[in-house]
Design a protein around this ligand. Structure first.
Ligand code: ATP
Ligand code: MG
Length: 401
């Protein structure tokens, strides 16, 4: 009997590695075959700093997958995190090559290659190129293939990484026996695939994925990614602040954050006392806890706003802010974001994954899976032959609007 075709994704995060294996049934519905999380050490603020530890965690993941699916799975879709990721605007220009002057897929490849030719220090490398607009003989278009012209230009966003950190991630994946057949995708881009609609991306929207060690930002406008940044601050900072502020152990602080933590509370709630009995008695007011959390979450939003200011989009995104990541589960965070950022805000929950509970903390892994499906669906669809297939042969190009 033929092996079932699984789509497998791994979200390598600071707190855990999340693994999801799905299968598409004949009605195109997704069936979750396996979902689990494994703790990981060796990752600091989204960056693989200890290859051996991360390799070991990935080997654990592979073993668990084999137990849960009955198959040895090698090929996976994977994300990349860490504040070493940065983006820069670039342009490319080529002459249309075909004799009939129709822009071909090859011209698109060449112009995107041309957009990569700029000076970059030797320890940095390009992860991928997101085209924003193509320009055919001076006319801006979103889709250039098939148009007639002499000169093809592109305005693009180029995503770059610090090579040693990228190599660490690649080495851990390789050592553990997994393979990534496609590009490795920044977490916020993957999360955006799971929770943002084309309309939001068209209008202008910012996604902020608040993870354990980082907060990843992706900004979209007119359907394209226009900015990407990873802030080196995340939900672990809230836990650390609670541990210091309440003079308690880090594990208790984490428990307090999840059980009692929230942003923006009422005057009445502020007077409430919280009592922890185990492992040692601890009493504090909700006001103190709230002040600690609010200060840190406000700082995260401030840092985010600085990024929006860099691209002149502060308070200027009609579809507002969408929050994902485990850190977005704090009650009251939406109201605080609206107040601090003066924009509409909502929580981004992945849909269509039965049993994953529309959890904003799973946006990245769900998005990776959907990007994998986009890619494989396009490759296997009989209607998408020739040029169309080559268009989606990598993740970055699959994002051409
Ligand atoms: N109910 C909750 N309330 C508040 N915080 C929560 C809640 N549930 C999880 N978190 C926090 O979310 C964080 C984990 O989120 P997530 O899984 O998105 O991070 P990660 O992907 O491992 O990290 P990163 O993306 O930064 O590399 C932890 O710091 C955890 O304390
Ligand atoms: Mg994450």
């Amino acid at each position: 009997m033929a092996k079932p075709h699984f789509i497998t994704s791994l979200d390598i995060g600071t707190s855990s590695i999340k693994a999801l294996v799905v299968q598409q049934n004949p009605n195109s519905e997704l069936e979750n075959i396996a979902f689990f999380q494994k703790p990981v050490s060796g990752i600091r603020r989204g960056i693989v700093i200890n290859v051996q530890e991360v390799t070991r965690a990935l080997e654990d993941v592979q073993e668990e997958m084999e137990i849960q699916t009955g198959q040895k799975i090698n090929s996976v879709y994977i994300n990349i995190g860490g504040s070493h990721i940065f983006c820069t605007s670039s342009e490319g220009k080529v002459a249309v090559s075909r004799a009939d002057k129709q822009v071909s897929e090859e011209d698109i490849d060449r112009v995107l290659e041309d957009a990569k030719t700029f000076s970059l220090s030797p320890n940095k490398e390009i992860l991928g190129v997101f085209p924003r607009n193509f320009i055919v003989d001076g006319e801006k278009v979103k889709e250039a293939v098939g148009m007639k012209g002499v000169r093809l230009e592109v305005e693009a966003l180029v995503v770059c990484v610090f090579s040693p950190y990228f190599k660490n991630l690649q080495q851990s994946i390789l050592n553990s026996g997994f393979q990534t057949t496609n590009d490795i995708i920044p977490s916020a881009i993957a999360a955006a695939r799971a929770v943002l609609s084309p309309r939001q991306k068209e209008l202008g929207v910012a996604l902020l994925d608040i993870g354990e060690g980082t907060s990843s930002l992706a900004v979209f406008e007119e359907g394209s990614v226009i900015h990407l940044a990873v802030l080196p601050v995340g939900s672990a900072n809230i836990t650390h602040d609670i541990a210091i502020g309440l003079r308690t152990d880090i594990d208790i602080a984490e428990r307090i954050k999840k059980e009692f933590g929230s942003c923006l509370i009422s005057k009445k709630e502020k007077r409430e006392k919280i009592e922890i009995k185990e492992p040692e008695p601890l009493v504090f007011t909700r006001k103190i806890l709230n002040n600690i959390i609010e200060a840190r979450v406000s700082q995260i939003f401030e840092e985010m706003n600085k990024e929006l200011k860099k691209i002149s989009k502060d308070s200027l995104l009609p579809a507002g802010i969408v929050l994902t990541g485990g850190g977005a589960k704090l009650p009251g965070i939406v109201r605080l974001a609206k107040r601090e950022l003066r924009l509409p805000c909502k929580i981004g929950r992945p849909h269509g994954f039965v049993g994953l509970d529309k959890d904003p903390g799973l946006a990245t892994i769900c998005g990776l899976t959907l990007m994998g499906l986009d890619l494989e669906g396009a490759e296997s669809s009989p209607s998408m032959v020739g040029e169309a297939v080559s268009r989606v042969k990598n993740f970055f190009k699959s994002l051409i609007p």
